[in-house]
Write a protein that binds this ligand. Structure first.
Ligand code: IMP
Length: 459
């Protein structure tokens, strides 16, 4: 049996998970993107070349990894096709790309409804990415979705659209007073992109299950992050899927017991896009400085991200809820040059101290004041830019990472000091990223052995 490593974001997304997935993918046999859609955006820099993805797993840059878009992903066919074209134009092979026939398709009416719903919500708008992600997941849950297997089969597509389009058009015209979509026009528009994607659509559940049975090394690439989980996040300011590790295996062909390691990607500070409470947000010059140094503008929407000190209350919650076994600490370089840096270790509200994230009632977050621990900063000098080993970092930068580990309750397995692959340091005693697969296998075997000692059931 194989073992899987799940990579999740610990806060509100944009933690640079792509970089760490890319590193792990060098030693992986399969990389599975399990949720979200073109609302995500990840940037990977390899050998001075910058690659930006929305849908395609970062693992595509590894020649050996099979890259799967699983059932839980919502696919905008135009976005996917243009990413594929761009990669091919740069000489990246797509031979290893597979798209689940069960993945749902974002259609033009989903994008129209995303914009109309946001407008109708007025001051309660979520600030979605406007990519039609929410309306597509709504249709999936309402059992009126159109899946990749339908898209690439002209007869099935016509039949599904005939069943679904009247419902969507009624909503568009009667509720929103908007234009309806015409079946024939839509079919004509979708035909070329369906042709482009058809060779990549496959039974990915069988492919992944076979890889797992054959003992392969598997990476689950999360999109978005813990606090954007539709259940575990800061509802209603969340996305429509389950970015947490609990959502990773659903619709992939791999069982939850196959997860051997769960790695949380933590940014050295915290950011958020869109509306919703953000206790550690820095509305002053320090926030702007982080934004500019960290290029904190959305890969997908270009929106300026809200920036603040690291929220370790959220980090502890992410560690518990995802069952983190390790963390990757990123963007350490962005925080360089501050005299001191803050970490939020608790919230204060009406004279009461809240040490734990109020997941049971996130409305308690409103009006919370962060309680900061202040740590000495580290210089923006060669101790950072030239470091090739963790021990070469300025002692204050090392101490910061150690404090983040302590607060998360799990070790840092990688530390990033810049966007490139080679700007990654492995703390002493941890081992190369591939050690995570070995550790994952050991964890899965131990779990299996523990299950074997359960007393046999009496009939
Ligand atoms: P949606 O996923 O486009 O429906 O947007 C819902 C919320 O999730 C909005 O606040 C978005 O800004 C946020 N969101 C969705 N995807 C990402 C992401 O990849 N990074 C950060 N925020 C995201």
């Amino acid at each position: 049996m194989g073992a899987a490593v799940v990579v999740v974001g610990t806060h509100w997304g944009d933690e640079a998970k792509g970089k760490f997935v890319d590193l792990l993918a060098q030693d992986a046999d399969v990389v599975i993107r399990y949720g979200g859609g073109p609302n995500a955006g990840h940037t990977v820099i390899v050998g001075g070349e910058t690659y930006k993805f929305h849908l395609i797993p970062s693992g595509i840059l590894s020649p050996r990894a099979l890259c799967i878009l699983a059932d839980g992903v919502v696919v905008d066919p135009d976005v996917l096709a243009s990413e594929m074209d761009a990669l091919e134009a740069r000489g990246v092979s797509l031979d290893n790309l597979r798209i689940s026939q069960n993945a749902h398709v974002i259609l033009p009416y989903h994008q129209a409804l995303d914009a109309l719903e946001e407008r109708a919500k007025g001051e309660n708008a979520l600030g979605t990415t406007g990519r039609g992600v929410g309306p597509c997941y709504q249709d999936k849950a309402a059992r009126i979705g159109i899946r990749m297997g339908d898209l690439v089969d002209p007869h099935r597509l016509r039949a599904r659209l005939r069943a679904v389009l009247p419902l969507k058009n009624a909503l568009l015209t009667k509720l929103y007073d908007a234009d309806p979509f015409d079946e024939a026009t839509l079919l004509e528009r979708l035909s070329p992109v369906a042709d482009r994607l058809r060779p990549f659509v496959a039974d990915t559940l069988a492919l992944a299950a076979d890889a797992y049975a054959a003992g392969k090394a598997i990476v689950f690439e999360g999109a978005q992050a813990t606090m954007l989980d539709i259940d575990g996040g800061t509802y209603p300011y969340v996305t429509s899927s389950h970015p947490t590790s609990g959502g990773a295996t659903i619709g992939t062909g791999i069982p939850p017991t196959g997860i051997g390691q769960v790695i949380g990607v933590v940014k050295a500070y915290t950011t958020r896009v869109g509306a919703g409470t953000f206790p550690t947000e820095l509305l002053d010059e320090r926030g702007s400085r982080i934004r500019e140094r960290g290029h904190e503008y959305g890969t997908t929407t270009g929106r300026a991200r809200r920036c603040g000190w690291l929220d370790a209350v959220v980090l502890r919650y992410a560690a518990r809820t995802n069952g983190l076994t390790g963390i990757c600490v990123g963007h350490l370089d962005v925080l360089a040059g501050f005299e001191s840096v803050g970490i939020c270790v608790a919230y204060q509200k009406n004279g009461r101290l809240l040490r734990d994230f109020p997941a049971g009632d996130v409305t308690l977050l409103d009006g919370c004041e962060p309680v900061f621990e202040e740590l000495p900063g580290w210089p923006d000098d060669t101790s950072l830019t030239n470091a090739t080993r963790f021990e070469e970092l300025h002692p204050n930068a090392q101490a910061y990472v150690r404090r983040v580990e302590e607060l998360a309750g799990v070790p840092a397995v990688m530390v990033s000091i810049g966007p490139s692959r080679n700007q990654t340091l492995i703390p002493p005693g941890v081992g190369a990223p591939r050690a995570l697969f070995t550790a994952g296998r050991a964890a899965v075997s131990a779990q299996r052995r523990a299950a074997e000692v359960l007393p046999p059931r009496r009939s």
